[in-house]
Design a binder for this molecule. Structure first.
Ligand code: EZ4
Ligand code: CO
Length: 409
């Protein structure tokens, strides 16, 4: 069996997705997610101009060798564009192997280690009251773990807070990337944030009790000493995790945070390779790995990362926003079901339009995700529906301090 065609499909059913479709000479197809939010066409071009032709005629069964061929063969290593492109090829090859063998991909990865994957949903509010409503809505839908984000008095627009009409709707598809020719601007004030967040969790624990697993995302906004302070101030509220408390490109920065707080830490949604995690894992500076299969080179390297993390009792918390397509989500559901050190899976339901373009075998029941039993990844792409939604420029916002200084986003 040989790879006969490699096609890149760009579609925008409420948001942009880049999908690689491989077809074998026997007519078996495999899908891979190559979506890089706000830089989608760079990955589409990488695949179309530099990868597609190299795949034609290759044996689709050789997943590891193809991964190494694209990673080592390019000479230029790492980086989000390269690794998203390689991820798409890797996922599509696992999809093909599953279909050829007649089994869901998780069976190829060692079989199920659990019955389903604990998922967390995104609650947010512009006031305590609306936050409470949003949490209640999620509990009614069955979520058993909740990420809590809140507006900050004095800060005009804040990461992770959905407009109320969306937050209370059946599907809110909160999407920080706004459509348009340039990024929207948000503002930021770390001091105001550090004063307010403990009050938010005071309120949530008072209303919802001590048992509900709660998560929070600081979205790379804090300096290490501020992150340490936040972790310490949230200790009475017993968070499941504090996410991206400080940018971690400088991995040793986490030593300072870790010395001051026992609030569990999750990091890495913007990371691409094991090298970004090497110190974080080997020094046990984090508790959860946030990598996404789509931005980490696919299932093959993410599985190796999780085996490395397992030696340090570090668990998975794979990134699952709506900019990870249903194909990328499926890839990490299969992996999460199979690995021993699964922790939790982020889950934001895709929009109805997205669910028409991508048909999924996965299920969400009583707060638990399952990839389903369809051979391969369990996702099909309706190319006619995809063609009805052409690419539209969209950018993640930028963030500035009151004096105009650019801040981390
Ligand atoms: O900002 O997916 O935890 N989730 C997040 C996301 C990211 C977007 C970036 O594309 O931080 O909302
Ligand atoms: Co995040």
């Amino acid at each position: 069996m040989r790879i006969a065609a490699a096609d890149v499909v760009v579609t925008s059913p409420t948001r942009n997705f880049v999908t690689l479709k491989l077809t074998t000479d026997d007519g078996v197809t495999g899908l891979g997610d190559a979506t890089l939010n706000g830089r989608e066409l760079a990955v589409a071009a990488y695949l179309r101009e530099h990868v597609a032709a190299l795949l034609i005629g290759r044996d689709p069964a050789r997943i590891e060798d193809t991964w190494q061929y694209l990673y080592r063969g390019a000479y230029w290593r790492r980086g989000p564009v390269t690794m998203a492109a390689i991820a798409a090829v890797d996922m599509a090859l696992w999809d093909i192997k599953g279909k050829v063998c007649g089994v869901p991909v998780y069976q190829l990865l060692g079989g199920a280690s659990r019955e389903g994957l604990l998922a967390y949903g995104h609650a947010s509010g512009t006031s305590f009251e609306s936050l409470g409503e949003s949490i209640n809505m999620h509990l009614e839908k069955g979520y058993r773990a909740i990420r809590v984000q809140s507006s900050i008095p004095g800060v005009h627009a804040v990461y992770g807070v959905a407009a109320q009409a969306q937050a209370s709707g059946e599907r809110y598809d909160y999407e920080p990337a706004g459509r348009g020719a340039a990024p929207a601007q948000e503002d930021w004030d770390s001091a105001a944030y550090l004063r307010h967040v403990p009050k938010v969790f005071d309120y949530v624990r008072r209303e919802f009790g001590p048992e509900l697993p709660l998560l929070h995302d600081a979205h790379h906004r804090l300096r290490p000493i501020e992150a340490a302070k936040l972790g310490k101030s949230l200790e009475p509220h017993n968070l499941f995790w504090l996410e991206d408390c400080t940018p971690a490109e400088s991995q040793q920065a986490l030593r300072l945070v870790r010395q001051h707080t026992v609030t569990p830490l999750a990091i890495g949604e913007v990371f691409n390779t094991v090298w970004d995690f090497q110190q974080l894992i080997s020094e046990q500076l984090i508790d959860y790995v946030r990598a996404a299969s789509t931005h980490f080179g696919g299932i093959t390297p993410l599985r190796k990362l999780m085996d490395f993390a397992a030696q340090y009792q570090i668990r998975s918390g794979f990134h699952g926003p709506t900019d990870v397509s249903p194909v990328g989500l499926a890839a990490q559901l299969h992996l999460g079901l199979a690995i021993h050190n699964f922790g939790i899976q982020e889950y934001m339901p895709h929009s109805e339009q997205t669910d028409v373009v991508f048909r999924q075998s996965m299920s969400f029941t009583d707060g638990m995700l399952h990839p389903g039993e369809t051979p391969g990844l369990g996702v099909t792409l309706d190319e006619e529906a995809a063609a009805r939604y052409p690419y539209q420029p969209a950018y993640l916002p930028i963030s500035r301090l009151k004096d105009g200084t650019m801040h981390d986003w």
